[in-house]
Design a protein around this ligand. Structure first.
Ligand SMILES: Cc1cc2nc3c(=O)[nH]c(=O)nc-3n(C[C@H](O)[C@H](O)[C@H](O)COP(=O)(O)OP(=O)(O)OC[C@H]3O[C@@H](n4cnc5c(N)ncnc54)[C@H](O)[C@@H]3O)c2cc1C
Length: 420
């Protein structure tokens, strides 16, 4: 076994490029969205920032080379993602949201489907958005429920050579588009066939906004991720060709699980970035501020020990995230265990860690206009809840694995996929 945590020359270059664009461009996000009251107004104001990221090839990077993209590995994306999210969570979330919207096509689409839908996203400076429309207005956790009358309530019915789709989703990043008329394309989680369990009916269908019938019915005003588009979208008799279906009816459970493994690993990168920012703020404060005392507060052992604890947790999360990304790459996405662990562990560690930086800085950290920590905390509180909530989805997935006959407790550590 070779264990080498040294990024390659190409990864160092990618990391430096992402760090440079984050500090040159994304530092402008807070002042751009400050004072904008409506969530869609805040999101729309970030379009120039999104364009800068796509000009830098960061959206094309998600797409395999054979379809004109940059073909970055999951580990490459994790390394770049940490750099971006150490400065801003909003624009990188719109970017990763587009990557997630395309993942179902990348991982499960036929060659013809990939050639139809992916090239729009590889152009430098494109503003095209994709959206993974998964969460039902009645909840997302039980999307795979065996009860035919429970779970996903968005339905696609066959009508001649088309699927006709009806349903309502919310918390759908990028779903309203820059112009509030919809994302360029959705990968929509729905049921085909009423009265059948999810294992036979759950499906993912590609829905371009040009299909018509897509209605933006509201925008969620979230406490954090303030410039991420989180609309409520109604699909009204939306007609798309039959061959927009990815795989077969019933493949939806596998598709959701697989694309959420991809994001699970990358959410670990977001959390590492956010914690790193919080650490930098607390560390600078501790080195320079005496708080009316006679020495900088870092001289107090309680403060220094707390900083040491925070730093250790950030390092642990970074390498867990790298391992999860590498494991997805090396098993070609076949093993999701480490990605789920990265999602759960890094998200909950991020909330605790950012709270600890607030304890260290004290009262002033609670003011939205005195340090960025309060806003970081607002962003971090979404981490355990989104992307398949840690309670309703992620721990349940791990629990299921642990119960499966043949579960191999050393598979992840030794780089093998879990037995099928
Ligand atoms: C920034 C951001 C980005 C997002 N990105 C997307 C996206 O790309 N696409 C998308 O569709 N959504 C997205 N969402 C929405 C989010 O991912 C989902 O709403 C969320 O994962 C749903 O999980 P939930 O566990 O809260 O579901 P719910 O179904 O609302 O469950 C709520 C709670 O009920 C309990 N519960 C329910 N069922 C069970 C069970 N079977 N076992 C144990 N406990 C249970 C748990 O305590 C759970 O926390 C995003 C949200 C945000 C804020």
């Amino acid at each position: 076994m070779t264990i080498d945590f040294t990024p390659s020359a190409a990864q160092r270059e990618l990391q430096a490029g992402a760090r440079e664009i984050a500090s040159r461009v994304l530092t402008g996000v807070p002042s751009t969205i400050a004072g904008l009251q409506h969530p869609h107004e805040r999101f729309a104001a970030t379009r120039p920032f999104f364009l800068e990221l796509t000009r830098a090839g960061l959206l094309a990077g998600f797409i395999p080379r054979e379809y004109g993209g940059g073909g970055l590995s999951v580990l490459d994306l994790g390394i770049a993602g940490e750099e971006l999210t150490a400065v801003d969570i909003n624009v990188p979330t719109s970017l990763i949201g587009t990557g997630l919207g395309l993942q179902a096509i990348i991982q499960f689409g036929s060659d013809a489907q990939k050639r139809r839908f992916l090239p729009d996203f590889v152009e430098s400076g494109t503003d095209k958005l994709a959206s993974f429309a998964f969460t039902e207005v009645t909840g997302g956790a039980n999307f795979d429920c065996a009860d035919p009358d429970a779970g996903v309530r968005t339905f696609a019915e066959r009508d001649g050579d088309a699927w006709v789709i009806n349903g309502e989703k919310h918390w759908t990043p990028n779903g309203s588009g820059w112009d509030n008329q919809g994302a360029h394309v959705y990968t929509l989680v729905c049921r085909i066939g009423r009265g059948r369990p999810a294992s036979e009916s759950l499906a993912v269908i590609v829905v371009p906004r040009s299909a018509g019938g897509i209605e933006v019915v509201g925008h969620i005003n979230a406490m954090g991720h303030r410039a991420v588009d989180l609309p409520r979208i109604r699909f009204n008799n939306v007609r798309v060709p039959l061959d927009n279906l990815l795989g077969q009816p019933g493949d939806g459970i596998r598709i959701c699980s697989s694309v959420f493994a991809w994001t699970g690993a990358l959410v670990g990168a977001e959390c590492t970035g956010a914690m790193r920012r919080a650490f930098d703020i607390a560390w600078q404060f501790a080195k320079t501020d005496k708080r009316s005392g006679s020495v900088p507060v870092i001289e107090h052992p309680t403060v220094g020990y707390q900083l040491a604890d925070i730093k250790m947790r950030i390092e642990a999360c970074r390498y867990l995230m790298w391992k999860a990304c590498h494991y997805l790459d090396s098993t070609n996405g076949a093993s999701e265990e480490m990605a789920i662990m990265s999602k759960v562990f890094c998200t909950e560690t991020a909330v605790q860690t950012i709270y600890d930086t607030m304890r260290l800085v004290g009262m002033d950290s609670y003011a939205l206009d005195m340090t960025p920590l309060a806003a970081l905390m607002q962003d971090a509180l979404a981490f355990p809840l989104f992307d398949g909530g840690n309670m309703g989805v992620r721990r349940r997935q791990l629990h299921q694995m642990l119960k499966t006959p043949g579960y191999d407790p050393m598979a992840a550590a030794e780089g093998r996929p879990q037995p099928a």
